[in-house]
Design a protein around this ligand. Structure first.
Ligand SMILES: Cc1ncc(COP(=O)(O)O)c(C=O)c1O
Length: 436
C-alpha cells in the first residue's frame, strides 16, 4: 500500500454491515479490469427492485404471469421429482444439459418447423446466458455487432462486457430494416470490416413489439449466406402469439447452412424462475459455447432441468401457453385502450400481435429518463426508458411498457399515471417557452 492510499482497515467497532462497507469505495476504481469498468447495466434489471415495492405499479419488467401456473401441476411435478429423481436432481449434470431435456427441446423447436438434434443443443441458464455465451464466443474488443435499434436491454451488459462495437439497424413495423442492414454491411466491407454477429429478435421484438416479415427473414438469411456473417436469432416470444400465423424461424430458413445460432427459453412459455433456456448452433460453435459455460457455471441447475422434463412428460405445454396468451391478449388490449386515452396526441406506439411489450415514442422534447424519475417519485409507476435499449445514446424520447405482469385494472391505472407524468412535462415545457 502506498502512503497516499486510503486505509483498507475496517472501521473499528462498527457493526458487520459497516465493516463490509469500506471507507473509500473509490479504491476499487483503479483496480477494476478495463472490461469491468466499461460494463453498462441493463435498464430493466436496475428497475427490478421496484417490483418489491407494493406502492409502485411496475410496467417495467418483462415478467410473465406466474400466478397462472396451476398449483396442482406444480405439486405433482415437485412430488415426482422427490419420489423418482431425488438423488439425480440434486447431482451435477452434463454441461450441455440433460439429454432428455435436449430431446424435448428438439420437439418444441419442431413445432415451429425448426429441425435440430439433441447433440446440436446446449441448455443454458435462461436465454440470457445463451446471449452471453454467443457474444463471448465470437466478440473480441472492438468487433462490430449489428443489432436492431432498439435492441433487447438485457443484451447491453453482454455487448459491453465483451467490448463489442454495436451498430444499430433501424426497426419498423416489419422488423429490422434489412435493406439498411445490407447497406451497412457494404459500407463496413469498404473499410475491410466484417461484422462478427447480427443479433436479432424476429418475433414480437423486445422492446420494439414488432415482428419481422417473411420477405425480410428470407433476405436476412440470404445476406448472412452471401456475406458469411453469423446471425444470432433470439426467439423467446415465438409462442407468445395472439394474432396472425407463425412465420418460419431464421434457423429454419438457414436450412442447416450453419449461419444461424438460434436461442430460446422456457421463461416465457413456462416460468422464468427456472432459469432454463437453450441455444441450437453448429457443432464447432456449440463446443466453444460449452467451454464458456464450463467457465461460467459448469451446468444449468439439474433440479430446474428436471422440473421441466417432468412437467413436459405429464402436461401439454401448448395448453399452458394458450392460457397465457389469452391472459396477455386481454392485457395488451387494456394497455392499447389506456394509451389511446391517456397519452398525448403526438405520441405513437406499436400494436404488438404477441410478446409482452409496447414501445411508445413521445414528442422529442420529453426525455423518458427524466420522465421515469418523475413517474416513480410523484406517481408511483415505472417503465423502461428507451435509452436502455440503445448503446449509442438514442431512444431518449421512447419507452417500453409491459402488459404481461399487472392485471387489466392495474395496467389502466399505470398508463393513466404515466400519462399524468407526461402532462406535467408538457406543461413544464410550455412554461419554459418551448413549443409542444
Ligand atoms: C429478447 C430476450 N432475450 C432473452 C431474454 C432472457 O430470457 P431468460 O429469462 O430466459 O434469461 C429475454 C427476457 O426478457 C428477452 O426478452
Amino acid at each position: 500500500m502506498t502512503e497516499n492510499e486510503p486505509s483498507m482497515e475496517p472501521v473499528k467497532g462498527a457493526n458487520t454491515a459497516d465493516r463490509l462497507a469500506p471507507r473509500d469505495p473509490a479504491r476499487y476504481d483503479r483496480r477494476f479490469a478495463a472490461r469491468a469498468a466499461g460494463i453498462k447495466s441493463s435498464a430493466m434489471r436496475d428497475l427490478m427492485s421496484l417490483t418489491e415495492r407494493p406502492e409502485i405499479i411496475t410496467l417495467a419488467g418483462g415478467l410473465p404471469d406466474t400466478d397462472s401456473f396451476p398449483q396442482e401441476v406444480f405439486d405433482e411435478v415437485w412430488h415426482a421429482i422427490g419420489r423418482d429423481h431425488r438423488a439425480s436432481a440434486l447431482q451435477y449434470g452434463p454441461t450441455e444439459g440433460l439429454l432428455e431435456l435436449r430431446e424435448m427441446i428438439c420437439g418444441i423447436m419442431a413445432e415451429g418447423g425448426a429441425v435440430a438434434q439433441p447433440d446440436g443443443i446446449i441448455v443454458t441458464a435462461g436465454g440470457q446466458q445463451a446471449i452471453d455465451l454467443s457474444v463471448r464466443t465470437f466478440v473480441d474488443p472492438g468487433d462490430v455487432v449489428l443489432a436492431e435499434g432498439p435492441t433487447y436491454p438485457g443484451a447491453v451488459p453482454s455487448f459491453s462486457t465483451y467490448e463489442a462495437r454495436v451498430l444499430h439497424i433501424p426497426l419498423d413495423d416489419d422488423g429490422m430494416r434489412v435493406d439498411l442492414l445490407e447497406e451497412r454491411i457494404e459500407e463496413l466491407a469498404a473499410e475491410e470490416i466484417r461484422p462478427k454477429l447480427i443479433y436479432t429478435i424476429p418475433n414480437f421484438h423486445n422492446p420494439g413489439g414488432v415482428t419481422m416479415s417473411l420477405e425480410r427473414r428470407r433476405r436476412l438469411v440470404r445476406i448472412a449466406h452471401e456475406h458469411e456473417i453469423l446471425v444470432v436469432e433470439d426467439n423467446p416470444y415465438g409462442q407468445i402469439r395472439f394474432e396472425g400465423e407463425p412465420l418460419p424461424t431464421l434457423w429454419e430458413l438457414d436450412a442447416g447452412a450453419g449461419w444461424v445460432i438460434h436461442l430460446s427459453t422456457f421463461s416465457k412459455i413456462l416460468a422464468p424462475g427456472l432459469r432454463v433456456g437453450w441455444a441450437a448452433a453448429p457443432a464447432p460453435v456449440l463446443r466453444k459455447m460449452n467451454l464458456g459455460k464450463q467457465a461460467a457455471d459448469l451446468g444449468t441447475g439439474t433440479m430446474n432441468q428436471r422440473f421441466i422434463v417432468e412437467y413436459l412428460r405429464r402436461f401439454d405445454w401448448r395448453e399452458h401457453v394458450a392460457r397465457l396468451n389469452g391472459i396477455y391478449r386481454s392485457r395488451r388490449d387494456a394497455m392499447l385502450r389506456a394509451l389511446e386515452e391517456e397519452f398525448p396526441a403526438d405520441a405513437h406506439w406499436t400494436r404488438p400481435r404477441g410478446g409482452l411489450f409496447v414501445w411508445a415514442t413521445l414528442p422529442n422534447y420529453i426525455d423518458t429518463t427524466e420522465l421515469l424519475a418523475r413517474a416513480i417519485e410523484r406517481h408511483q409507476v415505472a417503465f423502461v426508458p428507451g435509452r436502455g435499449a440503445f448503446l449509442d445514446g438514442r431512444g431518449r424520447n421512447s419507452l417500453r411498457i409491459n402488459y404481461s405482469y399487472a392485471n387489466e385494472a392495474t395496467i389502466s391505472e399505470g398508463v393513466e399515471r404515466i400519462g399524468a407524468a407526461i402532462d406535467e412535462m408538457v406543461e413544464l415545457q410550455k412554461l419554459l417557452g418551448g413549443g409542444t
